[in-house]
Write a protein that binds this ligand. Structure first.
Ligand SMILES: Cc1ncc(COP(=O)(O)O)c(C=O)c1O
Length: 386
């Protein structure tokens, strides 16, 4: 028997990271010592307090059962409390919060819940591939990719967005560019979406991964007519736990919950209980706990070593105030050409073109390597690139 993928699956572009993994595996098989700055997965461990809580919670029989697709109520209450501490915003845990299995599924499911075939989704380019991939293609929607540009600090310009779109995704602190935004910018995007009847989806996966005193604002500080996706993945080095949350307008949350009700039964309860512990570690004034601050200090130090080293090699690189991504023009004709040259030196970087054609020539390096390995990579680049 022959098994053919459904049309929607065939329309998906190849997922960038899969191709990169294959290329890297080949080099490893050749015995090359690889320094990997590729995929955005923290190398630092999950804080002990969270792991210990999860172990305790996982032994409780009631926590070994199905959760609900909306998530445990006590975690939704903890998310609401965190929004109050962190942003001074009141949200109702019953109608305005939904627990998600990582933010990725919610970014897809929100489109599933609200976008009809043929309607338009606006996705930033470069951008996280799920907006233009699964969110658009699985819903038979049309994707309009709006280019982000260096001269506009990689901020999506709503004046370039088509009117009449059903949904718009933005993401600051931004993957892959490391760009950040302020509240005035969020207000501009919010107002545009209100005027144009466009559902505003704010991907806030990196809201706590910030440096130099910068604090990322929340769209809920502007108004409730939007949905924001948060994640435990990067804040607490919990990518493998698969846990996030969505906060926003009750109708948007209701649609997300209805959709999730058909496809999942919620994240494991013991992981949700550990996440309560994680959020409760924040101070009453919204100050990040010691464990988070320590991790961010480490990423910040690595970021400085890498950016300064790249500058010494002649690259024009901005010091990002958010994310763990270093983003720069490779000065090669194509991103892939630079990526391949780096791979020959045993260094994995991510080609910017994989995040959108408008980023051709750019590359992304993630600071998920300790400082001695970053220095080693810089040395290899000094000797191997001309
Ligand atoms: C911009 C952005 N959004 C969302 C996600 C998904 O994060 P998670 O599903 O682990 O919460 C990622 C992961 O790398 C990301 O870069």
């Amino acid at each position: 028997m022959r098994y053919e993928f459904a049309d929607r699956l065939q329309r998906l572009p190849p997922y960038l990271f899969v191709r990169l993994e294959e290329m890297t595996a080949k080099k490893r098989a050749e015995g090359i010592d690889i320094i990997d700055f590729g995929i955005g997965d923290p190398d630092l461990p999950t804080p002990d307090e969270i792991i210990e809580e999860m172990c305790i919670q996982s032994r409780i029989n009631a926590n070994q059962k199905y959760s609900s697709s909306a998530g445990e109520r006590d975690l939704r209450v903890a998310v609401a409390r965190w929004y109050k501490k962190r942003y001074g915003v009141d949200v109702d845990p019953d109608t305005q919060v939904c627990v998600t299995i990582g933010s990725k599924e919610a970014i897809f499911n929100i489109a599933q819940a609200f976008v009809n075939p043929g309607e338009t989704i606006i996705a930033p380019s470069p951008g996280y591939p799920v907006y233009s991939g699964a969110s658009t293609i699985f819903n038979e929607a049309e994707c309009v990719k709006v280019p982000l540009r260096a001269e506009k600090d990689w901020l999506l310009d709503v004046d370039e967005c088509p009117k009449g779109a059903k949904m718009l995704y933005i993401n600051y602190p931004n993957n892959p560019t490391g760009a950040t935004c302020d509240k005035d910018y969020l207000k501009k995007v919010y107002d545009w979406c209100q005027e144009n009847d466009t559902i505003l989806c704010v991907d806030d996966a990196y809201c706590e991964m910030t440096y130099d005193g910068y604090q990322a604002p929340s769209i809920l500080e502007i108004g409730e007519d939007a949905i924001e996706f948060g994640s435990f993945s990067k804040t607490f080095n919990m990518t493998g736990f698969r846990l996030g949350y969505a906060v926003g307008h009750p109708d948007l949350i209701a649609g997300l919950k209805k959709c999730k009700g058909q496809v999942d039964s919620g994240a494991p309860i013991f992981i949700q209980k550990a996440a309560i512990k994680a959020l409760e570690m924040y101070g009453e004034n919204g100050e990040a706990p010691e464990a988070v601050r320590k991790n961010m200090k480490e990423y910040s130090d690595r970021r400085e070593v890498l950016v300064n080293g790249l500058r010494e090699l002649g690259f024009d690189v901005k010091m990002p105030k958010g994310t763990f991504y270093i983003w720069f023009d490779s000065k090669c004709k194509t991103s892939l050409e630079f990526t391949e040259r780096m791979l020959d030196l045993g260094i994995v970087v991510t080609p910017g073109s994989g995040f959108g054609e408008s980023a051709e020539g750019y590359v992304r390096m993630t600071v998920t390597q300790p400082i001695p390995r970053i220095k080693e990579a810089l040395q290899r680049m000094k000797e191997g690139l001309n």
